[in-house]
Design a protein around this ligand. Structure first.
Ligand SMILES: C[S@@+](CC[C@H](N)C(=O)[O-])C[C@H]1O[C@@H](n2cnc3c(N)ncnc32)[C@H](O)[C@@H]1O
Length: 241
């Protein structure tokens, strides 16, 4: 799967996640050996005390939202994803949760919310899929209040040679086979390692955030750097990037 335009990537990513949505949770648990839940749990604890209402962008089946609600009693969340099937599954999982304000089908690059609507925004394993990373981060920054925070949990390309070799083997040899076998969509799980390899470095990511007026407050590397959480604060928001 390679894309020559942003709209091509958008359509391909949307189709791929729709196709694997029914097996998404099972595969997450299996392919990360259960680590993904711990990463989300620890990541949401990075938000400051004054952040309560949070927008979950590219929420998938809602695991990050669930982690946030479990973290704090006064937490509130609105979850969004551009794949309706993911929204349906997530809404089912969080059914009866009064602190969930909604589960909306929405594109992260054009969020249907007014400026400054939330204290914070977050995305786990979502921004790597955006057709335009700068535009997506700018949208997240727009919908949070000044001084609000954005939490990003992502796989950034590895900087360590040995680790890189191990990841490559797992990501390129094991994961597409296992993922393909269980989800019935091998291409989707071949896309995962490619999307990580093609993604910006963590340093370049933070630099891009800074140009939007989002300054890094905190960063945590999980499981020896397999996944990284970055918390940025909206200081001097600018739509130029
Ligand atoms: C790897 S999943 C992560 C889901 C969830 N955040 C989690 O932690 O499990 C990526 C999700 O991003 C969504 N996504 C990708 N690009 C998007 C966009 N432009 N707008 C909204 N959702 C998007 C996909 O539909 C998919 O559900």
């Amino acid at each position: 799967m390679s894309f020559s335009t942003g709209s091509e990537k958008r359509a391909a990513v949307q189709g791929m996640f729709a196709a694997i949505s029914h097996r998404y949770d099972l595969l997450n648990r299996m392919l990360s050996l259960g680590m993904d839940r711990r990463w989300r749990k620890r990541a949401v604890s990075m938000f400051s005390e004054d952040v309560a209402s949070v927008l979950d962008v590219a929420a998938g089946t809602g695991d990050l939202s669930a982690a946030w609600l479990a973290h704090r009693r006064d937490a509130r969340v609105l979850a969004t994803d551009f794949v309706p099937e993911m929204c349906r599954l997530g809404a089912g999982k969080l059914a009866g949760e009064s602190r969930l304000s909604g589960y909306a089908a929405a594109d992260a690059l054009a969020l249907p919310f007014a400026d400054g609507s939330f204290d914070g925004a977050m995305a786990a394993f979502g921004v790597r899929n955006f057709a335009d990373l700068g535009a997506g981060l700018t949208e997240m920054a727009r919908v949070i209040r000044p001084g609000g925070e954005i939490l990003i949990l992502e796989f950034f390309p590895s900087r360590n040679a040995l680790q890189d070799k191990l990841f490559r083997f797992y990501f390129h040899q094991i994961l597409p086979r296992l993922g393909g076998w269980i989800s019935g969509d091998r291409e989707a799980y071949a896309y995962l390692p490619r999307s990580v390899g093609e993604f910006v470095s963590r340093e370049a990511f933070e630099e891009l955030c800074a140009t939007i007026g989002l300054n890094t407050e905190q960063r945590i590397e999980f499981s020896g750097g397999i996944a990284t959480a970055v918390l940025v604060k909206k200081t001097s928001f600018s739509t130029k990037h």
